[in-house]
Design a protein around this ligand. Structure first.
Ligand code: GAP
Length: 461
């Protein structure tokens, strides 16, 4: 089989597993689905929370120079003018005249090695587009017959507090999560009295009217960003930027992604606010290497803009010396990391001539840590198994499951990546011991019930 076909199979299989086992569902599925919106199911939400928890622990909990935040989604309309999003945040779109498929012209140009700067006017983009038209085909019908490119702003409007129905001064949904950090920078300084340099971290929802949402969780219209903004003295950005880049690289290794699937990519065409920008890319099945996190040197752009537009002095006072801090940003797409974790964990093995799908999540990320399985539905087995579940449910995320054969239940737990299955059988009534099955090796061990808690705590460390 071709390497490409193998990979395509893998992403399709991951998507099918996501639905089958309750990781991710298409948004509004019973109405036919809403493009670019996904819902995380009972198993997926546990994985998502574990990824975010690991990020929060490393970025906020273990640091003395970072502060956490959770700001409101809706913001004063001028925020998006100050940030540059109402004017500078747009993608060039063209439509195939044959089948009406929409394409992002800058992305199509990028594929053939032509860089389209986002500062370019519509006229300049169209010049590049039509100069290279012979190399660009419609991804759906393969024809080369497009409309001119038009720039579309990505901000999504709401009618928040607007009872006029005239859409005069729209309150936008956040086009990037970090703006909430800039708006609260002064509040954090005044309440926490940090010393320079320091950071503020936040996980928040982001909304973008993407022209063509695609590739499952990769390009959505609603998604989550985990951001840090590190405030430094003017011109003290370069050394700290390097340190931050290294910290973020190490975070992905500690998360459990393999280094061979990670790489750095420096931006050639910088977005309107950045002085330097690097992406951490992951090698996704089917899609190949693509952006998972952006690390940006934003200089004093953001606080200068918000000072100007709000009229509030946002300079930092250090021993009588006042300055506008420069900002180093890390912005991770939580859904994209979720997809990378799924891709990394997905394994197919042959066991006794049959396929075993097993998600080899690192234990800290596993949605369910321990499954409790009575061998049969007879009360003499279900009651003591439920008792074990009750004893351990405070310690880890556990699941109790008595439906179908034990073999099918093991396979189900393998597919959601549960590191340990505890089976209570008829012998358990005699010897006061249970069988503990390990996910990756499938090895089974008999453990005394009164030693089970210590055993599992040790194993799940
Ligand atoms: N505040 C900076 C910022 O928003 P960005 O590079 O536009 O920078 C940061 O976004 C991260 O958000 C990206 O690296 C990516 O992981 C994620 N992201 C961006 N657009 C996305 C989309 N349409 N769907 C899912 N994730 C997206």
């Amino acid at each position: 089989m071709l390497e490409e076909n193998k990979n395509m199979d893998k992403m399709e299989k991951i998507m099918s597993l996501c639905k089958r086992r309750g990781f991710v569902f298409q948004g509004s599925e019973i109405y036919g689905g809403l493009a670019g919106a996904y819902d995380f199911g009972p198993i997926g939400v546990e994985l998502l929370n574990n990824i975010k928890k690991f990020w929060w622990e490393e970025v906020v909990q273990k640091r003395t120079d970072y502060y956490g935040l959770d700001s409101a989604l809706f913001k004063f309309p001028k925020v998006w003018e100050a940030s540059g999003h109402t004017t500078g945040f747009s993608d060039p779109m063209a439509e195939c005249k044959n089948c009406n498929t929409r394409i992002r012209v800058d992305k199509e140009l990028e594929k053939i090695g032509v860089g389209a700067d986002e500062k370019m006017s519509e006229k300049e983009i169209n010049q590049l587009f039509f100069d290279n038209l012979d190399k660009i085909k419609c991804p759906k019908c393969g024809k080369t017959d497009f409309t001119e490119a038009k720039k579309f702003n990505l901000l999504i409007k709401s009618n928040y507090g607007d009872f006029t129905g005239k859409d005069l001064d729209p309150v936008y949904l956040p086009g990037e999560a970090c703006q909430g950090i800039y708006l609260n920078y002064k509040n954090v300084v005044d309440s926490m009295h940090p010393k320079m340099p320091f950071g503020i971290a936040q996980i928040g929802k982001t909304f973008r009217n993407e022209i063509s949402p695609r590739n499952f969780l990769f390009r959505c219209r609603e998604f989550e960003q985990a951001d840090t903004q590190y405030f430094v003295r003017p011109n003290e950005n370069i050394e700290r930027y390097e340190e931050i880049r290294q910290e973020r690289w190490q975070w992905y290794l500690d998360l459990g992604l393999s280094e061979k699937n990670l790489r750095w990519k420096q931006h050639e065409n910088l977005v309107f606010y950045a002085k330097d920008a690097w992406d951490i890319e992951y090698n996704y099945p089917t899609y190949g290497f693509d952006e998972m996190e952006g690390v940006h040197d934003r200089t004093d752009y953001d606080l200068t803009q918000h000072s100007k537009f709000s009229g509030v002095d946002l300079s930092f006072n250090e021993d009588g010396h006042k300055f506008i801090p420069w900002i180093l940003e890390t912005s991770m797409g939580v859904g994209r990391v979720f997809l990378a974790v799924l891709s990394e964990a997905y394994n197919i093995e042959k066991v006794d001539g049959e396929e075993r799908v097993v998600m080899k999540f690192p234990k800290k990320l596993a949605p369910i840590k321990v499954a409790f399985l009575p061998l049969s539905k007879k009360e003499e087995l279900t009651l003591p198994t439920k008792k074990l579940f009750d004893q351990l449910k405070d310690k880890f995320m556990c699941q109790y499951d008595e439906t179908q054969s034990i073999g099918k239940r093991y396979r189900r737990q393998d597919e959601i990546g549960t590191p340990y299955c505890v089976t209570f059988d008829f012998e358990s009534l005699e010897d006061q011991a249970v069988t503990v099955r390990e996910r990756d090796t499938m090895q089974q061990e008999r453990i005394k019930i009164d030693e089970l808690e210590t055993y599992l705590i040790e194993k799940l460390k």
